[in-house]
Design a protein around this ligand. Structure first.
Ligand code: ZN
Ligand code: ZN
Length: 273
């Protein structure tokens, strides 16, 4: 990305009074979706990354769908569904094989062969096949659009702290309107904890939180008595800004909100003894 363009894009994005990183990532992904729909079925790299990731995440799948291109979707999803079909067929065959083998054996035969280590216990074998099938839905590759969003976020967050430190005009603008949503505030702190200038950005963020809370309090107060439109002040839209501040734009990763116990991811298939 051209540094000059990035600087001006960030500077302009500050005018909205919402997280500038979110604004630019959203624009970047919108453009990428257009490219995917235009070139997705001819560009083998784009197609490959889509298939390797087992398709898009929920949010991006619907975003691409909203842009609506039946032919591009047909090409992308046929490849994906063919893989799913093959995995399901394999799983069904394995289950049938296990079922047939078990029904042919007498209980004594089964116990004898398990004890002799000739055969896996049928239940264990079924569990293994189930884990294998459930695993076929996941990938080591992230959704390509999430991946793109992530690398843009890192770049924009870093640029904000760099420009804030090195450019007076940018600093002034950020002081006036700058704010970061929580996902991007976390990234800023995670990736740049040792930068002394970080404290200034946190001070600004604290002031913004005060303003947001004031606006929310106003909305609550005004709900308790009748008021005319003229009474609505700066708090207008404050509730939507609060949502944006807390989770970023749609598609922003907020998985940090759930503290996971080690070794047990939510939704994992757990083998029972
Ligand atoms: Zn953001
Ligand atoms: Zn995604």
């Amino acid at each position: 990305m051209d540094k000059y363009v990035l600087y001006h894009d960030l500077r302009d994005a500050l005018q909205h009074g919402t997280c500038a990183v979110c604004t630019l990532v959203e624009q970047r992904i919108d453009r990428a979706v257009k490219v995917i729909l235009r070139e997705g079925f001819t560009d083998t790299e784009l197609r490959g990354s889509y298939i390797r990731a087992k398709g898009y995440c929920n949010h991006h799948a619907w975003q691409v769908r909203e842009a609506g291109d039946p032919v591009a979707h047909a090409v992308m999803y046929r490849g994906l569904l063919e893989q799913h079909r093959a995995s399901l067929e394999l799983f069904m065959n394995e289950r049938n094989k296990i079922g047939e083998a078990v029904s042919k054996e007498s209980p004594v035969q089964r116990i004898r062969s398990i004890l002799q280590g000739i055969k896996e216990e049928p239940k264990k074998k079924t569990d293994t096949e189930t884990v294998r099938y459930l695993d076929s839905f996941s990938s080591n590759n992230r959704c390509p659009l999430c991946e793109m969003a992530r690398s843009c976020e890192l770049r924009y967050v870093e640029s904000i702290i760099d420009y804030y430190e090195g450019d007076e005009d940018f600093k002034e603008r950020y002081r006036n309107r700058g704010v970061l949503c929580h996902p991007h505030l976390r990234q800023l702190i995670q990736n740049h904890p040792d930068r002394a200038i970080l404290d200034e950005l946190l001070e600004i963020q604290l002031g913004r939180l005060d303003t947001y809370i004031e606006h929310l309090t106003e909305i609550e107060k005004k709900a308790n008595y009748s008021y005319s439109e003229a009474d609505i002040g700066a708090e207008r839209g404050g509730w939507i800004r609060a949502v944006h501040l807390d989770v970023g734009v749609p598609g922003t990763d907020t998985s940090y909100k759930l503290k996971l116990k080690s070794g047990n991811r939510l939704g994992d298939f757990v083998l029972k003894d």
